[in-house]
Design a protein around this ligand. Structure first.
Ligand SMILES: NC(=O)c1ccc[n+]([C@@H]2O[C@H](COP(=O)([O-])OP(=O)(O)OC[C@H]3O[C@@H](n4cnc5c(N)ncnc54)[C@H](OP(=O)(O)O)[C@@H]3O)[C@@H](O)[C@H]2O)c1
Length: 372
């Protein structure tokens, strides 16, 4: 039986876990709360960043002696293996915790219930499944990485009411309202990288940095630009603004990019060409970004890159702003050919949320791909 105090503690643990957003990858976000023998809050903690102590260890330290005989409420199954830090299960047993309430098991194959078994063998009462849906959603980037070894990609698009992303001449500033654009700044601040295509760089000369007035020392996301040619026209803003920039190009193109690689923070990644297409293999790109510590990427590109990503089943979620603007059939579409042909084959979303964003409407959801 789960008590009301434990449910409240799990809500707090979830909130704490979310403070680690964008910093824990490739680890999950985890929060933990300790209740003393009488069910009162005695301590808490969360995993701040990869390599830092785990939530359970911080919570035990903050609760002190009250851990003994108390209950730990934690968003994820405690680890039982030696990684960058020691096993949390050992700490929990040593602290004398008598009951533990866990939201979800850890999908990491080194864990997957082993931590729970160890705790049970030590005589600790274990309950699982409390608010598990919320924890699963919180750690979608971590789960996705364990399953695919790739970064999570969110495709963000600003659309006119008639589904266009730019006018006929390529101008798209600004389709969405001020409030939506501020929201996009916060989205950028919450991911580790922003991705675009050379077409958008040539058309808009964007910086793609975070410019939030209330966070002047904001850490900048890595900016990634893909190009098969290395031609960025006269656009320099993305390369000259502060932070790290990755130019992803086919093998052999780096040699043409010396004027960019001389700029501090700019680096070039080369990839083999994708057989039968004009570009690099985007799956390899996202495997390499994940290996580089980039958990989540926000893609802000035009129809060319957006279409390729969707066709390659590499878009994991979308954030689509629809603005009260009409651009007509001559405007640029959000996507090119997706080979759908039939409503049955339409790309659909799940876990959808829809809300107002100033004068726009924001729809978010995870993409559901049909099995081939
Ligand atoms: N409303 C919105 O939300 C929004 C957002 C962004 C952009 N836009 C608008 O979109 C328009 C630009 O659209 P676009 O389709 O030309 O731009 P894009 O999709 O941003 O960039 C396309 C370019 O990306 C490169 N690329 C794509 N896939 C690649 C791969 N697999 N490997 C290597 N390179 C790859 C190619 O560059 P190379 O040509 O160098 O090979 C390609 O030409 C602009 O008018 C812009 O204002 C609108």
């Amino acid at each position: 039986m789960i008590s009301q105090a434990e449910t409240r503690a799990m809500k707090k643990a979830l909130k704490l876990a979310a403070y680690g957003r964008g910093r824990t990858f490739p680890n999950p976000m985890v929060g933990a709360v300790i209740l003393d023998r009488d069910g009162n809050h005695a301590g808490d903690g969360f995993h701040r960043k990869c390599g830092a102590p785990h939530a359970e260890v911080i919570a035990i330290a903050s609760a002190g002696d009250a851990s003994s005989g108390g209950t730990m409420v934690v968003t994820l199954e405690p680890c039982c293996h030696h990684g960058r830090t020691g096993p949390c299960t050992d700490e929990i047993i040593r602290a004398g915790i008598s009951r533990i309430v866990i939201a979800t098991t850890d999908p990491d194959p080194r864990m997957s219930g082993r931590g729970i078994k160890q705790l049970e063998s030590a005589g600790i009462e274990v309950e699982t499944g409390l608010l598990s849906g919320k924890t699963r959603a919180l750690n979608r980037v971590y789960r996705h990485y364990l399953e695919t070894s790739r970064s999570w990609v969110t495709l963000k698009i600003a659309l006119s009411l008639d589904g266009r992303t730019a006018a006929a001449d390529g101008s798209s500033r600004w389709i969405s309202c001020d409030k939506s654009r501020r929201r996009v700044q916060r989205m950028r601040a919450s991911v580790q990288a922003v991705l675009t295509g050379a077409g958008t760089v040539r058309a808009d000369d964007p910086e793609l940095t975070v410019r939030l007035n209330d966070a002047p020392s904001q850490r900048q996301p890595v900016r990634i630009v893909v190009s098969s040619t290395g031609d960025f026209g006269d656009s320099w803003n993305i390369f000259r603004s502060p932070g790290r920039v990755i130019i992803a190009v086919p093998e052999g193109v780096a040699a043409r990019l010396t004027e960019y690689t001389g700029i501090p923070g700019v680096e070039v990644w080369e990839f083999p060409m994708n057989p039968g297409s004009q570009g690099i293999n985007l799956t390899s790109l996202f495997e390499r970004t994940a290996a580089d510590g980039i958990g989540e990427i926000l893609c802000e590109a035009g129809s060319d890159l957006s279409t390729r990503l969707l066709n390659d089943k590499l878009v994991d979620s979308v954030s689509i702003f629809t603005a009260p603007v009409i651009l007509g059939g001559e405007g640029r579409p959000a996507f090119e050919q997706l080979g759908i042909g039939n409503i049955e084959n339409a790309v659909r979303l799940e876990n959808i949320s829809s809300r107002r964003s100033g004068s726009d409407f924001l729809t978010e959801g995870c993409v559901v791909y049909r099995a081939d």
